[in-house]
Design a protein around this ligand. Sequence first.
Ligand code: AMP
Ligand code: ZN
Length: 107
Amino acid sequence: MTDCLFCKIVAKEIPSTPVGETDLIYAFRDIAPTAPTHVLLIPKEHLASSAGDLGSDDGPWMADLFVLAAQIAADEGLDDGWRLITNVGPAAGQTVFHIHFHLMGGW
Ligand code: AMP
Ligand code: ZN
């Protein structure tokens, strides 16, 4: 999608700090962290605007995302626990409408 911030980050048109990736998923540091570790995980393709748009065929990339999240949590030393959060809609605080998950921990 041409006018999407996270599509531009995937395309390297906007810089980001990478934390990990797979063929399907890109992970990078949140620009305004609200936890000691605050990483965003997104599908490289603009597959959905939020978790409210998912269907049963979204299973494979979602599984990839969760596996990568656990790897990053281990890499970041979040052994005491971590959160994986997705906001759906403005009332929930969603500001970027390319589906993403916040990996947060290290408190
Ligand atoms: P949400 O509010 O759930 O839509 O999350 C969007 C997140 O994107 C927020 O936590 C922002 O801090 C983060 N964000 C916005 N612009 C950038 C950027 N250029 N690089 C990294 N993270 C960003
Ligand atoms: Zn996008």
